[in-house]
Design a binder for this molecule. Structure first.
Ligand code: ARG
Length: 393
């Protein structure tokens, strides 16, 4: 079985493979979501009288079978099959004949792909939220064990004032909690059902029930305007990526802090040996590569965010094949964010703080500001107090 859009002439095979690109592989993660959306669509077609109960049951049964096959890694899409939507429809038609041919009534791959993607994003974002909470818990663990340990705070990468593990860890706990708010906000934003908007200009003639599919797919609301559904492709992905890159922004700083606080001459933070990597030449080295890669992943996700925000640029309203390329970028952004959060939680949970080294490193000049304020309390004007203390030091 061939393309869904074949109409009697042969399209150049190089053009096909160029336009399909990596889509057939990328779409493997959408199979389940496309089937779930197709099940809801089937229920609606049944309610509209386009599918009989018997036809509806047969289609739903095969769609569930596809979900199972896909979970077992047995529903592979071939380059020739273009994308998951084509593969699924062809499979239905092969199994059910004429009944399968009815499934594409009142829909287009354009609203189909947006629906499958949104369902996938909702799952991915809840997973990212869980993993962000885990990292926050790992930091709380540091607070519980070493919270009161005094450590130096830096400005300009030079020792500045005294702080403690509690304040330092909490700065990340607090920023991650803001990130979780951003995740919730973006979940709320994208939680709109695009199904039933067809190719981008609605469904003529047929009386569809968008409310029914919205409810069945557990979307909070309907995205009304059919053109906006297509125009929000790339826009919503950009919003998601911006949330993901904010998480990586925090991890970037956390990683840099850990790298400097565990540096050989400081050693306030101790990275367990099993989390360090070595040098091929210098026998003594134990390197913090894990934090370096985590830190660098911010740049990667940020560049994906830029790609997502520029791909839809200058397109007129409606669907364009350009939008297909947003898939790879957003999938990669999710993968990098999740793997970075996972490894950071694992390693941060087992970091140690060496109280003795911390004490040694918290030298008396770090209390200079404190001393000046003590003089202020005794009635000396701040500028004078500042001068007195600076002379002493
Ligand atoms: N693979 C396509 C995408 O992700 C699916 C939609 C195809 N629609 C089309 N009109 N060619 O954009």
């Amino acid at each position: 079985m061939g393309k869904l859009w074949e109409k009697g002439f042969k399209v150049d095979k190089d053009v096909i493979s160029f336009t399909v690109g990596k889509d057939y592989m990328l779409d493997e993660r959408l199979v389940k979501y496309d089937c779930l959306s197709s099940i809801a669509h089937t229920e609606m077609l049944n309610k509209m009288g386009i599918l009989t109960d018997k036809e509806r049951n047969a289609i739903v049964k095969v769609l569930k079978e596809i979900i199972k096959l896909s979970e077992e890694g047995k529903f592979k899409i071939l380059p020739d099959e273009e994308d998951c939507h084509t593969k699924i429809e062809n499979y239905l038609t092969k199994k059910l004949g004429k009944t399968g041919e009815k499934i594409h009534t009142a829909r287009s791959r354009n609203d189909q792909v947006v629906t499958a993607l949104r369902l996938y994003y909702k799952d991915e974002l809840s997973e990212v939220k869980k993993l962000t909470e885990n990292l926050s818990d790992a930091l709380k663990f540091l607070v519980d064990r070493y919270g009161d340990t005094k450590i130096p705070g830096f400005t300009h990468t030079r020792k500045a004032m005294v702080t403690d593990v509690n304040t330092w860890s909490n700065c990340f706990i607090e920023s991650l909690s803001d990130d979780i708010e951003m995740i919730n906000a973006v979940i709320h934003l994208i939680d709109q059902s695009p199904l039933g908007t067809g190719a981008g200009f609605g469904i003529p003639v047929l009386k569809i029930d968008r409310k029914l599919t919205q409810r069945l797919l557990h979307f909070k609301r309907i995205q009304n305007d059919p053109i906006y559904v297509q125009n929000s492709r790339g826009k919503f992905e950009g919003e998601i990526a911006s949330t993901l890159s904010m998480i990586l922004f925090d991890i970037n700083k956390l990683a840099s802090d850990i790298i400097i606080l565990s540096e050989d001459d400081i050693k306030i933070i101790i990275i367990p040996d099993k989390f360090t990597t070595g040098s091929s030449m210098m026998p003594q080295k134990k390197n913090p590569d894990v934090f370096e890669i985590a830190r660098a992943n911010y740049a990667k996700v940020l560049s994906l965010e830029m790609r997502l925000k520029t791909l839809p640029m200058n397109l007129i309203s409606g669907y364009h094949r350009d939008l297909q390329l947003t898939k790879e970028a957003i999938f990669e952004a999710f993968d990098i964010t999740k793997s970075t959060l996972r490894i950071m939680s694992k390693v941060v949970r087992e970091l140690k703080v060496n109280r003795k080294n911390a004490e040694k490193f918290v030298t008396k000049e770090l209390f200079a500001t404190q001393k000046a304020y003590e003089l202020v309390e005794k009635g000396i004007p701040f500028r004078e107090a500042y001068k007195i203390v600076s002379k002493e030091i």
